[in-house]
Write a protein that binds this ligand. Structure first.
Ligand code: ADP
Ligand code: MG
Length: 134
């Protein structure tokens, strides 16, 4: 299987789209990380761990296609759970993708999207999809 998968990369600027406004900032990874992903790894939401400044966090992340580039550009975005410091653009993150949570989908409303994200973070905290299903 393709997981666990480890990567190291730099945090770049995204479009500030959604992220912080949804209460879920996502650290976007540089192109080397995006292009280095195993070919067979499907787009979707994943959980794992990430290390920033020597400290480890659980994380939920998405691999997806960015609508700002007519969906031609893949993005890898990580939300570090329980990180509450200042922005860390330009810093290096090392991470391990542990498991798959769900496929990407579009939501009918902002509320639906928000509760999906809340569920993703719950699963990522527990570190297992099975337990997250309740
Ligand atoms: P962008 O579109 O530039 O990625 P976001 O709204 O997604 O903007 O915010 C992401 C940025 O917020 C990260 O690059 C990072 O510097 C900062 N940040 C603050 N807290 C977190 C967190 N818990 N997880 C991820 N990024 C965070
Ligand atoms: Mg982001």
């Amino acid at each position: 299987n393709l997981l666990p998968y480890q990567f190291v990369g730099e945090v770049v600027r995204g479009f500030g789209r959604g992220g912080k406004e949804l209460g879920c900032p996502t650290a976007n990874m540089d192109g080397t990380v995006v292009n280095g992903l195993p070919e067979g790894l499907p787009v979707g939401v994943y959980f794992g761990t990430a290390k920033l400044d020597g400290k480890s966090y659980k994380m939920a992340m998405s691999i997806g296609w960015n609508p700002q580039y007519q969906n031609e550009k893949k993005t890898v975005e990580l939300h570090l759970i329980d990180y509450s410091g200042s922005d860390f653009y330009g810093k290096t993150l090392s991470a391990v993708i542990i498991g798959f949570i769900r496929e990407m989908k579009s939501f009918e409303s902002l509320d639906e999207l928000k509760s999906a994200i809340a569920m993703d973070i719950k699963v990522a905290r527990r570190g297992s999809v099975e337990q997250g299903k309740l």
